[in-house]
Design a protein around this ligand. Sequence first.
Ligand SMILES: NC(=O)c1ccc[n+]([C@@H]2O[C@H](COP(=O)([O-])OP(=O)(O)OC[C@H]3O[C@@H](n4cnc5c(N)ncnc54)[C@H](OP(=O)(O)O)[C@@H]3O)[C@@H](O)[C@H]2O)c1
Length: 271
Amino acid sequence: MRIAIIGCGTLGEAVLGGMLASQTTEPSNITVTTRRREHAAELAETHGVRATTDNVAAVEAADIVVVSVKPQRARELLPTLAGALADKLVIATCAGVRLRQYEAWMPSSAVIRAMPNTPCLIREGMTVLSPGQGVTEQQLEAARAIFAASGRCIVLEEKHMDAVTGLSGSGPAFAFVVLEALADGGVMMGLPRDAAVELAAQTMQGAARLVLETDDHPAALKDQVTTPAGCTIAGLLTMEDGKIRSTLARAIQEATNVASRLGDAGDAPNP
Ligand SMILES: NC(=O)c1ccc[n+]([C@@H]2O[C@H](COP(=O)([O-])OP(=O)(O)OC[C@H]3O[C@@H](n4cnc5c(N)ncnc54)[C@H](OP(=O)(O)O)[C@@H]3O)[C@@H](O)[C@H]2O)c1
């Protein structure tokens, strides 16, 4: 599989890192592009892939093209690449940009809308795919194979993509804040900072894996560690006093609302 990543910034590099770590394809089969020459040189040096600022050459050398530029850049760039992208599979990751917009900009391409997240870098990503018109089962499988090698990957209808963007696209940032706050609590009570961060991170990873691997409801797992009159219930009630549930749920609601406007003309700011 010859793959191009158009716009290899934060997310593009995470997807690239996942592909390389999972040996989805050889580095020599991957071409990435950036706007700045020096960034392209840095990516070639770090990852051993071909890197260029020439989008047309990169697209022409690929069977599958991942687009990871900012949404307003996609609006300017993709119509100019429509000819080179004809008959290719395009996997586009721009928050808020709809399939019908991509299909108008690239009428001869098969487009899959994708929402990965940055833990793809270490093969712990979460990606949701929504196929556009005319995408074949084989093309969807190819896209699924790329992202499943970098973590989990599911297919959902496009109507869910803004909520996906708010939850798993933006989610790593929310998780980092919660994790840092837990560590701060440990530091407040005298733990060394590095130990507190390790405890908080491994505890969040362990709790998340228990949910994924047991399929138990999070509330049932929480009840298992909550002894009557114990320290855990004391901590939980303090969290409830701070409205942690509605604060986090409303953060997803707000991120979803903002994501839904990112593909609009008028160029809203990026996530
Ligand atoms: N960051 C996330 O966690 C995340 C998660 C899900 C989805 N997304 C989506 O992924 C996309 C990229 O986000 P990001 O955070 O990775 O942004 P970013 O770090 O700013 O990366 C954008 C990349 O596009 C390159 N670029 C700009 N104009 C270009 C052009 N004309 N030709 C080729 N490359 C060009 C930039 O090159 P230079 O480096 O040379 O400037 C940069 O490397 C966005 O649409 C966003 O909605 C991001």
